[in-house]
Design a protein around this ligand. Structure first.
Ligand code: SF4
Length: 415
């Protein structure tokens, strides 16, 4: 087993070995390069992934991203975006000391390239664990003066690396706002990265913490934001727009409801009574009308899936108030009592009128009396419906000529 290091492990390792720290191999690669990319000053940017109190769901969503994919970022195939060298506790090839050495090199400023810090999971209050001689979540270990080794909490790595990072990105609701580990009654003192680093934190690029919430988030939201921040770092793109909570504004300013495929049912006052129904799910507990998230539009992976798209309700997982402020799940949000009842009243009226119009729009102009379908009998609209439709059409073609009509809008017959 490799000895736990205090200092510079890199000097003892063969940089050409596949098991050497990736950061060491990269530094050699950069030294050997005589040419630079034309697009911007940086060929590579290191990404240091840290996991606090997490379930690894954020890592899973990122490896499933497609637009752009993690592979595209890591292969450097996006024009202008520097290649990302990812240091990830699960995905990296190196292990043990060689892996942790990457983080140490970043701390010592030996990378020769900028780096970003990505934090997944909430940041536990390690002081609470330390009182009992333990820790909540750690990465690597270091030797104490008494010769014993001590795990390095990921919270400690965050403190060490964030000040010199080009950007610090919190991925997932645990890292952004605290999430499930910070729910009421949790003994770990868990919090989001923004709480941990404080309001005055600024990265080397001058950015406060960038927050990509969701449990798990949409992987594409993360990779797209990373690409946008790296383009800015490269001097090739504007600073992406973030809202007052550090969320990418273009991804989180609208509500789930505004893009939901079931919103038309809501508008017409049609609501599901149980799961599996096709209508709007608000009365079985959906919080979509107030939750900022784009999953109904973007899907979970590769445009597919996503909570309401697949029959699930929105439980507000992207929001700072999650989970406590959205509990109990599966109960109708109180605000919906007003909006759904109003929608039922207006929806019933509007729906009736729409079905009437639909009945006529389902006929060609040849079929006014009889529909020659062999599939079933299509009833002729009643006299009252024809009368209403007559008025509707008059209004529709007011000031213009009706297709097939020989009378133009001045009232002249053009035959
Ligand atoms: Fe809105 Fe939820 Fe209904 Fe979709 S299912 S329309 S998000 S309330």
């Amino acid at each position: 087993m490799a000895e736990i290091a205090n200092g510079n492990v890199a000097s003892n390792m063969d940089p050409d070995s596949w098991a050497a720290p990736a950061a060491l191999r990269e530094a050699r690669l950069q030294e050997a390069k005589s040419e630079k990319l034309n697009l911007g000053p940086y060929d590579v940017v290191h990404a240091f992934w840290l996991a606090g109190m997490s379930c690894d769901g954020c890592s899973i969503c990122v490896v499933g991203a497609t637009s752009p994919s993690a592979e595209m970022l890591m292969a450097g195939t996006i024009p202008g975006v520097p290649r990302v060298v990812l240091h990830h506790p699960v995905l990296s090839v190196e292990a043990g000391d060689a892996f942790v050495e990457n983080y140490r090199m970043a701390e010592r400023g030996e990378l020769g390239a900028p780096y970003v810090v990505i934090f997944e999971g909430s940041v536990a209050d390690e002081r609470l664990a330390e009182k009992h001689g333990g820790y909540w979540s750690a990465l690597g270990a270091e030797k104490l003066p008494n010769g014993q080794s001590k795990p390095i909490p990921t919270a400690s790595w965050l403190s060490r690396l964030a000040p010199n990072a080009a950007a610090t990105i919190a991925i997932g609701t645990c890292a952004t706002w605290g999430g499930v580990p910070a729910a009421a009654g949790n003994p770990t003192g868990a919090m989001g990265v923004m709480d941990f680093l404080g309001q005055n934190y600024r990265s080397d690029l001058g950015l406060p913490v960038v927050n990509i919430p969701g449990c798990s988030p949409v992987g594409d939201n993360f990779t797209e934001t990373v690409a946008a921040v790296l383009l800015f770092l490269q001097g090739l793109g504007p600073l992406p727009e973030f809202d007052e909570l550090g969320r990418p504004a273009w991804l989180f300013q609208e509500t789930v409801h505004q893009r939901c495929g079931r919103a038309g049912f809501y508008e017409e006052g049609l609501f599901a009574e149980s799961y599996g129904d096709k209508e709007c799910l608000v009365e079985v507990g959906c919080w979509g009308p107030v939750v900022q998230c784009n999953i109904t539009q973007r899907g979970a992976i590769n445009g597919m899936g996503g909570c309401m798209n697949t029959g699930g309700i929105c439980i507000g997982c992207t929001m700072p108030g999650f989970p406590d402020r959205f509990a109990p799940f599966y109960k109708m949000p109180p605000g919906s009592l007003v909006s759904t009842n109003l929608s039922r009243v207006t929806g019933t009226f509007i729906r009736t009128l729409r079905r009437l119009t639909q009945q006529f729009q389902n006929r060609t102009t040849r079929w006014d009396d009889h529909v020659p379908s062999g599939w079933g009998n299509v009833d002729k609209p009643s006299f009252a419906k024809r009368l209403v439709h007559e008025v509707y059409e008059k209004y529709q073609f007011l000031g213009t000529s009706k297709p097939g009509s020989h009378v133009d809008k001045t009232g002249e017959d053009n035959r």
